[in-house]
Design a protein around this ligand. Structure first.
Ligand code: ZN
Ligand code: ZN
Length: 100
């Protein structure tokens, strides 16, 4: 059996939650804080849904990247648009970012 590794960073995907599910969680959080940033999140997950190695434990979507790689892209957007939210984001979604 092929190991389920992230197509971006090659790390094992231990807790497969697809970018679309993460996007929903992050969006719910961001809508309260900075709703104008939400549109920038759209499309980021699409880039990650093209290839797949495993399926999401929440929705069953096929997925190919770990949460770390996806949230890193979100973090890039936050750093550009609302750097004051970076620390809070890391606290909230830390469980994805530190699993590498
Ligand atoms: Zn990765
Ligand atoms: Zn999902």
């Amino acid at each position: 059996m092929r190991p389920q590794t992230c197509i971006a960073c090659q790390e094992a995907i231990t807790n497969p939650i697809c970018p679309e599910c993460l996007e929903r969680e992050i969006e719910a959080w961001l809508v309260e804080k900075k709703p104008y940033i939400v549109p920038y999140l759209y499309g980021l997950s699409d880039n990650f849904m093209r290839s797949w190695v495993t399926v999401c434990i929440i929705c069953g979507n096929r997925m190919g990247v770990c949460g770390h790689c996806y949230t890193k892209d979100i973090l890039d957007v936050l750093r550009r648009k609302a750097p004051e939210l970076e620390e809070q984001f890391l606290l909230m979604f830390n469980f994805q970012i530190d699993k590498s």
